[in-house]
Design a protein around this ligand. Sequence first.
Ligand SMILES: NC(=O)c1ccc[n+]([C@@H]2O[C@H](COP(=O)([O-])OP(=O)(O)OC[C@H]3O[C@@H](n4cnc5c(N)ncnc54)[C@H](OP(=O)(O)O)[C@@H]3O)[C@@H](O)[C@H]2O)c1
Length: 372
Amino acid sequence: MSGPRRVVLLGSTGSIGTQALDVIRSHRDEYDVVALATGINAELLAAQAAEFGVPSDRALLAGTRPEVLEELASLPEADVVLNGVVGFAGLPATIAALTAGKRLALANKESLIAGGPVVNAVRRAGGGEIVPVDSEHSAIYQALRSGRASEVSSIVLTASGGPFRGRTREELERVGIADALAHPTWSMGPKITIDSSTLMNKGLEVIEAHELFGVSFDQIEVVVHPQSVVHGMVTFCDGATIAQLSMPDMRLPIGLGLGAPDRLDQAFGPVDWSRIGTLTFEPPDLEAFPCLTLAYAAGRTGGGAPATLSGANEVAVEAFLAGRIAWLAIAEIVDEVLQHGTGNVDDVPDVLEADRVARVRAATVIEKRVAA
Ligand SMILES: NC(=O)c1ccc[n+]([C@@H]2O[C@H](COP(=O)([O-])OP(=O)(O)OC[C@H]3O[C@@H](n4cnc5c(N)ncnc54)[C@H](OP(=O)(O)O)[C@@H]3O)[C@@H](O)[C@H]2O)c1
């Protein structure tokens, strides 16, 4: 490609967004930011637009006007759209970018989880491409370069285990918001940090991996690796396992998402072998962290189940962060909403409806609990 890659950055004020700008800041000759969007943080958005020379009609707030995400994601001049919006709100941008045949650097996992089959159909029809930004999926994307798709036996997603690794269910009855936000290895936005504490994040990533790489749920394994150095592994049919290792720094997968198949000519998070110490691996505790089991089950059910899981979880996490429910209640609420049935999703309106119904049901379950 001649000239700098033109980047549309959605969710620019968040953890992914600001780290993406950090990558671009040190590669100004290779990337040109042509549009920015965020939810409500007008002050930071304006500062970012000024720094990166983005005109004011291309630096927009989606909090009050959600349609700007779709508009910017399909800008004709964009070479790559980085979707760093949090939650289901990112779905229209994912669909718009792929419909327009763009390269989509995808951090917003909720859109792929809720609408996987629909997103993949749009990806095929529009000729767009998804490069994963989630560190685990970026690792798998990299490891897959070592063999043919038909040679893949299984993939392994690593999980740090979050702040509550090793605690029993009884001990988890009393954990609070600050405890759950204290992630041991990654610094991320609040929603994904809570998801990491419940292992719902890993569950969502299992569904994300299924949608991205076309592997069955039986081929996806989760292993707890507290050091967060090995991000993902692929085992091939001859027994060889290829892993990707780096210190926990999202700028590496963001850089690859923007530039793939080329790697960034700057190292973020290289492993220092003289200081790394011991790397350990253990199975997840499914009794203390039932969200992982719920996500596997929803993924296997398919249809509207992943959208229901993700939508109910978003509402439950918001309620936990607002101090309305206990940490253990997050999994219980998602489970209860899933029990109501989940239906099919054949198109975007179906996905929107599955999400809407899940949110209403989750809110109802929460109100009943709060009132009890
Ligand atoms: N952070 C990580 O290291 C990491 C790693 C892997 C995957 N991810 C995924 O990346 C996504 C972003 O995570 P994050 O940690 O960066 O979240 P975050 O720090 O909370 O940032 C979220 C971004 O989305 C914007 N936003 C929120 N609601 C919006 C809406 N309705 N319309 C448009 N923009 C909206 C926010 O804008 P305002 O600031 O204006 O509200 C902010 O720019 C999530 O899907 C997460 O699972 C994150």
